[in-house]
Design a protein. Sequence first.
Length: 354
Amino acid sequence: MKKHLCFWVVMLVLSGIVHQPIYAVSQDADPVRLYLSGVKMLGEEKHGNLTIVPVVSSARDSGADVKTLDEALKSGSLSVTEASESGNVNRLHVVNKSKSFVFIMAGEILAGAKQDRILQSDVLIPPESGKVTVEAFCVEHGRWQYSSKGFYSMGQSANIGTRGAARQYRDQSQVWQKVAETNKAMAATAPTGSLAKSFDSPKYAAQKDEYKAKFKEITSRYPEMTGAIVLIKGKVLAADLFSNHRIFQNLWEKLLDSYIMEAISAEGIEVKSDFTSAVSFMEAARKATVKYVKTPGAGFNIDLASATITGSGVIKGDIPMHLDIFPIIEGDAGSKMRQDFQRNYRQRRGGNAP
């Protein structure tokens, strides 16, 4: 499997267009299709609005040479900073000083600096990387001043709605809109519009313990588990699929909190998704078009797309480190709110607005 992908990478490097999308040679040889074809559902667990389907894939690796964001920050081997002293909303600098790869998942909240961010795509930072520039989205639209020199982790990931909007629209205004909707649904006191404040809301605090009691130990009950398909009110809203149990387990508490946030924030509203079955959702994912694009770090980013689903991830060698997959959500894109966010932000930022 690896030789098929490597062949096309070499050919594109020689032709000088490696920055362009790399299309898999065939369905049979494509690493993502082979990975998805080996995904097996292990059961189903439910509490309140949230249903989690644990999964495992036959295509796995050990992940022994990869650290997660929190592991790397805790060890002091990773720094994440603004792209410059004045900052750039949609770009950050990352430096990995360790001899291991560092995996940063799209949606993990990087707190501090001039405003909280999430990465636009998964990234795999190579060992002893030097300065790597990565693309980001803001999830705290009302602050543009330093609260810390660099970024740190609060152990949180954006909720499914915010991650899905970032993936489907790839637009800063859509991300701001979804953050505002989440904070409103959670009745979060967030003067700067920080998504992280929803995790401090009384509404979240009142319900999270019951959800966690049901799901926190799911990775122990399914020791081979490498990912999850998530349903809210019986509709599929996301799948997070990994290459190994260790990386998945290290990120599980962060992911679970984000799933719980989505479940609680969905109370009293209609959940939009065309998928009511994890099986049909995975069938749609397997039929989607797959592209590979060179990342600013190591490996290649994955782009998964069809009329009904959108997904992304990063591939290391010939196995996806992570795939996140979301249904395409049709309906009002909230143009007035986007325009208001954009106008207000530009007034605050002047010519540096994204």
